[in-house]
Design a protein around this ligand. Structure first.
Ligand code: TEU
Length: 527
């Protein structure tokens, strides 16, 4: 029998809280801003929202540096407002997932202050990963921060602490029972307040090989997915024991509260280990996001993802963009890495990709702004860049700010209804054409296409969970059926192709001249 749990086929909208809507007027998005957009999200047709970290934080990494796991940053609102938001989302028929950051705290967390004050050898230091440096004065090992530079910072008494990300994000010691107990209490704290689940940040990073051996490799290998078995700090077996105990905690709250793993791992089989029975419910499928606009690559990723995830009884998931990667309009418009992007090509492919993704079995993630067809803002002035990657890379990497620019809602001038007084990152002037207001008036806009696709996906009995069957097609056309009675066709070839036999055209990403499917176009067909 088909398992009908909501999350197995959900469309989940990612809210990057700083950039959705600013109600308070400080240029930064907030909880009141999210509340104001709930009707928009309901009408868009998503089932749930995932909100990036909202906890008190120095915001050195956009809130992924948490100083208190049981409160809301005053920049965003109050705990009472968060509770009201959860209730109001539920009234709109939307579930609400929050972001849990267990790999590291902020250096402003009281635990870290205690660790510094208590000194070497103290129990307070045990909560983190403090070590002596090498005799030469070098750090304890050669590990690198994902954001650039060494993964170690020396404190005044001479010890070093590990941080796989920014130096203001010290890694926790997950071997310590107290750390485990604390996070289970944090889960309960939010479950008791009605959240529907958690997105687990860096789910592949919590456990480190106890002797912290040198990697002996360069930076590329540390920031990309781990390509070796038994990597000393990524995707270690020990993380799964943590998730099995978390699963027992959420199950006390029924079967509808879920975990989503953010795990950058080597392949779908490794990803599937996170969603085995008794572990996390689902996991972002970054292989789909990483695949180029290429029929062979896409088909391969679709098959391997479905195969590996279904083998453990988990739904597949599909994601094209998030707050860490270059927006897919820009990616798809780039002929080769490093080259300028043709945004017209990129948008056309993004429209086709949206129909492809929403026709696949399982769940989908929509990153705020992708429904407006926003591109990466690649020319932000250096003076406004905030992502720690920019500083830590020694200004060689511009970082992730370009996909985090505040959303345009209405009007003709920045901040386009984002808030009353400007926005923490400047918006391009031409986004006046991409505001939600302008796109709602246009039947053919990206926003209208997302709304139609999401609504059809909800209604059509073939969509959501289930199986997919590939149909005979030319090599550069993706053609598959979903039962009952649904076919999706995507033309990635340079010439138009005939439509396969069908009863009715349900939706297309572009008009179909002469009944043919043009280049970079997708169609949903009733058969
Ligand atoms: O990202 C974790 C992570 O591993 C990514 O940095 C990933 O390696 C990279 O983006 C691949 O391109 C999460 C959050 O999503 C990110 O925003 C945080 O900065 C990071 O954790 C630290 O908490």
């Amino acid at each position: 029998p088909v398992n009908t749990r909501w999350w197995r086929s959900a469309a989940i909208y990612q809210i990057y809280i700083r950039s959705l809507t600013d109600a308070s007027g400080d240029g930064v998005g907030d909880l009141a801003g999210i509340r104001a957009r709930l009707p928009y999200l309901r009408d868009l047709g998503v089932d749930a929202v995932w909100i990036t970290p909202w906890y008190p934080s120095p915001m050195a990494d956009g809130g992924y540096d948490v100083a208190d796991y049981r409160d809301i940053d005053p920049l965003f609102g109050t705990l009472a407002e968060a509770e009201a938001l959860i209730a109001e989302a539920h009234e709109h028929g939307l579930r609400l997932i929050i972001d849990l950051v267990p790999n590291h705290t902020s250096s402003a967390h009281p635990w870290f202050a205690e660790a510094l004050a208590a000194g070497p050898g103290s129990p307070a230091r045990e909560r983190y990963i403090f070590r002596h440096g090498k005799e030469s004065g070098a750090p304890p090992n050669d590990w690198k921060s994902v954001f650039g530079g060494p993964a170690w910072t020396r404190v005044p008494d001479g010890e070093w602490y590990l941080h796989l990300f920014d130096s203001s994000q010290p890694d926790l010691n997950w071997e310590l029972p107290e750390v485990r107990t604390e996070f289970e209490a944090v889960l309960r704290f939010w479950l008791d307040r009605g959240v529907d689940g958690f997105r687990i940040d860096v789910a592949h990073g919590l456990i480190k090989q106890p002797d912290l051996p040198d990697l002996g490799i360069d930076h590329e290998e540390i920031t990309g997915p781990p390509d070796r078995a038994n990597h000393p700090h990524w995707d270690r077996d020990g993380v799964h024991e943590i998730y099995r105990s978390w699963r027992r905690v959420v199950e006390e709250y029924g079967e509808d509260r879920i975990f989503v793993a953010e795990a950058w791992v080597a392949n779908p089989e490794r990803l599937a280990r996170y969603v085995r029975p008794g572990e996390l419910h689902s996991a972002f499928n970054f292989d789909f996001l990483r695949a180029a606009w290429d029929p062979v690559k896409l088909r391969e990723v679709i098959d391997s993802s479905i195969g590996a995830l279904h083998a453990v009884g988990a739904p597949a998931t599909w994601v094209l963009s998030n707050h860490d990667v270059v927006r897919h309009v820009t990616r798809y418009g780039r002929p080769d890495p490093g080259q300028p992007s043709d945004l017209e090509v990129g948008r056309r492919r993004a429209r086709a990709a949206l129909l492809l993704m929403h026709a696949l079995p399982g769940g989908v993630y929509v990153y705020q702004g992708e429904e407006l067809g926003l591109e990466e803002v690649e020319d932000l002035p250096e003076a406004v860049l905030q992502d720690p990657t920019w500083e830590r890379s020694g200004h060689t990497e511009r970082g992730r700010d370009g996909c985090r620019v505040p959303l345009p809602w209405r009007g003709t001038e920045p901040p386009f209804g984002f808030g009353p007084h400007g926005s923490w990152l400047p918006q391009p002037g031409h986004w006046s054409a991409l505001t939600a207001e302008a796109q709602l008036r246009d039947e053919d806009s990206m926003l209208s296409l997302y709304r139609k696709a999401l609504h059809l996906r909800r209604r059509h009995p073939a969509l959501g969970e289930g199986e997919l069957s590939w149909l005979d097609s030319p090599a550069d056309v993706l053609l598959f059926s979903r039962e009952p009675g649904f076919v999706c066709a995507v033309n990635l070839s340079p010439t138009p192709v005939p439509l396969p036999p069908h009863e009715r055209v349900l939706l297309t990403s572009e008009p179909l001249p002469n009944g043919k499917l043009p280049t970079d176009t997708a169609a949903w067909l009733q058969v």
